[in-house]
Design a protein around this ligand. Structure first.
Ligand SMILES: [Zn+2]
Ligand SMILES: [Zn+2]
Length: 492
């Protein structure tokens, strides 16, 4: 295996990285050298693990390991573990590598992913040496820290473990039929829905380092899955209530994004039970099977819900942007039935036409930069930090922003009209200051919005051209030196 002399076989419940560590040791290699070797040979067909005795999930973990993708199922490269279990059995368990598995089911405590003494995150070398690579403290010493965990989180982690250990389920529910990876997949999806609803900003992109945040997701997914579908429906009900109240947009956005997720990304029939509960809750209006099918001659204008492709043709908005608008809750849409009875995403044509009209007033980054006379990089920072209202929210890679250039909030800003040019400095000069990192630019514009830094606006109406704003010299210097001293304190 891996072109090495000594091959070992897996022990029950063992994690892939633990197996690789043992294999490396048996071949007088370091774990990191072995991982590098595997990555460089990068065998595309994953037949390197003899089936059985290797766990079938290793293929997926292996794929994650060699492809270096942002696969959220595994966290092999940022290991977390129960120090008590590790001291007792000396083995890194496979279940600890599942991203959402944050709890030790035997000790009922939170797993650890950073050194108790110096706080640095564990990595591959930690697995190899069983000590913190930064401060040298042994990871086997069980810490005094023991976070008690919720029943729901414990339940979910037990479910993961049962499946990974090959304990066959005796239940007949659809959830009992899901394999480890499918269960993890739906758990991620539900955790996202629930955490968003509770405003727990746990799921930051690629930010799976914060074990406490991931634990919130474990707990949430456990809550929604353990009494399926009772809590799920009560969450959807709470979301409905929110849709008709003030938080309409964000709530609708969560439901729609969830809908797109479970229809688009979780297409496997194994997840039909989630779809059927969702449809019980929100029966698709005008779009029951056959509604469109039996009215083939109705002109497009009279039917509201249309497949995205047709809407794209009629409105000239590309399909990707339409999907984004649905995910952001700005366009009503969901997975329904097309004219030929196929499942497809449908959306409200009339609403899409209105959005298409609004789109013409939206600018991309370059147009906004020209319009506001600011550098493109500044506009990008402003977009990323939510200074503008952007149609369709944040774009995926390769797509453009649809920026409302007038949406920069100046309601609390302090605007001064009578100031001499000498006592002020132009915003454009400030942006060229060597310390203007992305964080600093965002902080600067926030300070302007809060009125901490006053601006002189050239021109008679409104906020004028941002690129022509001038800031008070003294205020600006006081602000930037404050920031510099703050940063020095943090890094010191
Ligand atoms: Zn344990
Ligand atoms: Zn340490």
């Amino acid at each position: 295996m891996f072109g090495l002399l000594v091959s070992l076989s897996a022990t029950p419940g063992e994690g892939l990285m633990n197996f690789l560590r043992r294999t490396a040791t048996a071949n007088y290699l370091t774990l990191t050298d072995l991982v590098d070797h595997i990555r460089s040979t990068c065998e595309p067909e994953l037949n390197i693990f003899p089936t059985p005795p290797s766990p079938s999930t290793w293929r997926s973990a292996y794929e994650h390991l060699i492809s270096n993708t942002t696969n959220k199922t595994w966290s092999c490269l940022q290991p977390k573990f129960c120090t008590s279990c590790l001291s007792e059995h000396g083995q890194f368990m496979e279940c600890w590598d599942l991203t959402l598995n944050t709890v030790c089911t035997s000790h009922k405590i939170l797993l650890e992913n950073r050194c108790l003494s110096c706080g640095s995150l564990f990595n591959l070398q930690t697995i190899e040496s069983k000590m913190c690579v930064h401060c040298g403290m042994s990871i086997l010493k069980s810490g005094a820290r023991s976070h008690s965990v919720s029943q729901e989180a414990l339940w979910l982690c037990c479910e993961f473990e049962k499946r990974l250990m090959g304990v066959s389920s005796d239940g007949f529910r659809s959830i009992d039929q899901l394999d480890t990876l499918d269960l993890h997949c739906i758990a991620m999806c539900l955790a996202d829905l629930g955490c968003n609803f509770d405003n727990i900003h746990a799921k930051k992109r690629n930010n799976l380092h914060q074990l406490e945040n991931v634990y919130q997701m474990t707990s949430m997914a456990g809550r929604l899955l353990s009494d399926w579908p009772v809590s799920f429906h009560s969450y959807l009900q709470k979301l409905d209530a929110r849709v008709i109240t003030s938080r309409r947009n964000s709530a609708a956005r969560f439901v729609d994004r969830f809908r797109v997720n479970i229809y688009e990304r979780l297409a496997s029939p194994a997840f039909d039970f989630v779809r059927s509960e969702l449809e019980k809750h929100h029966p698709p209006p005008n779009c029951a099977p056959g509604t469109i099918k039996h009215r083939p001659n109705v002109p497009l204008e009279l039917t509201e819900m249309m497949p995205l492709k047709a809407i794209s043709k009629a409105t000239n908005i590309n399909v990707q942007l339409l999907k984004r608008l649905i995910a952001e809750g700005e366009l009503h849409g969901y997975r329904g039935f097309s004219a030929c009875g196929n499942r497809t995403i449908v959306a409200d044509l009339k609403q899409a036409r209105r959005l298409a009209a609004a789109l013409t007033s939206r600018l991309n980054v370059m147009q906004t930069a020209n319009h506001l006379k600011l550098p493109i990089s500044t506009i990008e920072v402003l977009c990323r930090n939510d200074f503008f209202i952007c149609l369709g929210g944040r774009p995926a890679a390769g797509q453009s922003w649809w920026i409302d250039a007038t949406s920069f909030d100046m309601s609390n800003a302090s605007i001064k009209r009578q100031r001499s040019v000498e006592s002020t400095i132009s915003l454009r000069d400030i942006l060229q200051h060597p310390l203007m990192s992305e964080d600093c630019v965002a902080a600067l514009f926030r300070a302007i919005q809060k009125g901490v830094l006053s601006v002189s606006i050239i021109g008679k109406t409104g906020m004028g051209i941002v690129g022509e704003w001038r800031l008070g010299n003294d205020e600006w210097h006081a602000w930037i030196s404050m920031r510099i001293s703050d940063t020095t304190i943090v890094t010191a």
